[in-house]
Design a protein around this ligand. Sequence first.
Ligand code: GUN
Ligand code: FE
Length: 426
Amino acid sequence: MHEHSFILKGNLCYSETKDRLSVTEQGYLVCCEGISRGVFPVIPDKYQNLPVKDYGDRLIIPGMTDLHVHAPQYPFRGIGMDLELLDWLNTHTFPEESRYADPEYAEKAYRIFVEDLRKSASTRAVIFGTIHLPATEFLMKELDASGLVTYVGKVNMDQNCTDDLRETDAHVSLESTAAWLRETSGKYPNAHPILTPRFAPTCSGPLLEGLGKLQKEYGLPVQSHLSENLSEIAWVQELFPWSSCYGNVYEHYGLFGGDVKTVMAHCVHSSDQEVELMKKNGVYVAHCPQSNINLSSGIAPIRRYLEAGIPTGLGTDIAGGANMSMFRCMADAIGVSKLYWRLADQNRKPLTMEEAFFLATKGGGSFFGKTGSFEEGYEVDALVLDDTGIRTTKELSTKERLERYIYLAEEGGRLVGKYAAGKELF
Ligand code: GUN
Ligand code: FE
């Protein structure tokens, strides 16, 4: 029997579309060699000999994708929330990230990050490292061994940051990135490299140009930040006066979708033109609501992105976001969408629970291919949720139990089983 072939039994919930949540009570999820063969009310004859893991009355849902998270910022999560983006970077973020020049510190910190991510609801994550090679390779090694599936980026930055975190110039940054790609190539099958210009302000034109060339040479995906904060956007316009919008800077250098799989964090204040460009190029939005609250960045118009068909998922943006929980992230996404609707635009309805669940699972998961659902052909990432610790006298439907778990996971929820790409992690 193939070790990644089995059946999970329980109350199965997954997104078919952003509006349609499939619920099968006491159903069977058939996984053959890591791939879903579908969800069934009874086990089909041809799968009768697969081992069944019966999770009783627990909920079983797809694993979640944290589409934007900074591993090196984990040590200062929950601290220093009284500043806006640019001051926060200089005061808290750059000093902490510069510590990862010391491999011993990096190993200690990254061990904690990976252990906690492994225990979390995320089965997949798109991760920023730092500029440092040994630290970033260690992060990839630990993630790969964890069973999680990730993209990991060595960060590029050659201007507008503290001296000890600035790569000397574009040439040095590019050489270092090429060395990182050579060094890690093929070594970590579940921790894939992703090009990571930090954001336009910390990258010179020659650096972005060189990254565009590296992208073509290696065919790598790209992650960065976009239109998170109003001062940041004004600064990008000063630094790149020829650009028609912030996203155009990345586009100019071949780092903004089209043939290049690209995810941009935030997109809180994207102009109409920028939204058109994201739509035309199929650029992913990583919506990070808790970070946008903590750094007073604003509220991203996610309804608008969904209506435009822009691929969208959710990110924690640790340490802009203090919390690694994707359940909390969903609740925050719903919450801020209600404020947006009430305060900013009454034509953009709040996100529903189904939509937030879709974003956290199938929406963000699609960055990895067919993941984040239990439909036939999807890689099986699954979470088993025990909600018996969230006490109530009320009789709840399965869908209500799921909704309640999103809001109360931290109160009494327990993640008692986790599978990524068909592999049982616990
Ligand atoms: N923009 C550039 N760097 C960062 C970062 O580390 N966090 C957030 N939230 N925004 C950024
Ligand atoms: Fe970020």
